[in-house]
Design a protein around this ligand. Structure first.
Ligand code: PEP
Length: 233
């Protein structure tokens, strides 16, 4: 199993220094760890944590051009960035990213042979209306237009992200089954994300077909991150 730390828009330089120092001096095996820091922090993570795959949290639509403020996937690839998180619910909800835009980004990442973590998840209303499976099927639709390689799917129910609320391992197993039945077994791995913590990971990891976790809040604390790594290792 892998643990993908999504650090989102957090940590100043001194925090990153301490974060990396904590991980390195622990002497723990970091083999299962992937980290997606802010783009500004990538060089430091790559220099100081050489064996850990480092990723982007989002990317520009095309490989290059006049798009002030965006991060290009071809530039990222040339700097040794190995993966990109796409379709995160915060990108969809806060920044209004459309399925077409996400599809274009996945295709651009694949053109660069970068790994993609594609996030899907139903909102609370979908869940209350028993529309969870339908909502996920809708979001999976764009994958019919991508190459069947280098894609991980992260099931992240919106109502569980940062809220402390959790689906049961059975809910996650059923959703993983649904994802497999919808698109086949070609994806590299299925991850779960949403309020994962050292205290609940033992129970969550019983979910079927699970290849790891995408972790937001808890990954900001390197002590919690190491506990999570030990639990899945
Ligand atoms: C996320 O936003 O991808 C996430 C899983 O966040 P958290 O772990 O804080 O719920």
């Amino acid at each position: 199993m892998i643990i993908v730390a999504n650090l989102k828009m957090n940590l100043v330089k001194s925090d990153v220094d301490q974060y990396i120092e904590y991980l390195v001096s622990s002497g723990e095996n970091l083999e299962s760890l992937w980290i997606a820091p802010q783009a500004l922090q990538i060089a430091q993570f790559k220099k100081d944590l050489k064996s850990v795959p480092i990723g982007l949290q989002n990317a520009g639509l095309t490989e290059k051009g006049s798009f002030t403020g965006e991060n290009s996937l071809s530039t990222a690839q040339s700097y040794g960035v190995e993966f990109v998180i796409l379709g995160h619910s915060e990108r969809r909800e806060v920044f209004g990213e459309s399925p077409d835009e996400i599809l274009k980004k996945i295709q651009t990442a694949q053109a660069q042979s970068m790994k993609v973590i594609y996030c899907v998840g139903e909102n609370l209303e979908d869940r209350k209306n028993n529309r969870s499976y339908e909502a996920i099927s809708d979001q999976l639709q764009i994958l019919t237009e991508v190459k069947k390689k280098n894609v991980y799917i992260a099931y992240e129910p919106l109502w569980a992200i940062g809220t402390g609320l959790l689906p049961s391992p059975e809910d996650i197993s059923n959703m993983n089954e649904h994802i497999h039945n919808s698109i086949g077994f070609w994806m590299e791995g299925l991850l779960y994300g949403g309020s994962v913590k050292p205290e609940n990971v033992h129970s969550l990891k019983k979910s079927k077909h699970l290849g790891g976790f995408l972790v937001g809040g808890a990954s900001l604390d390197p002590a919690k991150l190491l506990k999570l790594l030990k639990s899945v290792g």
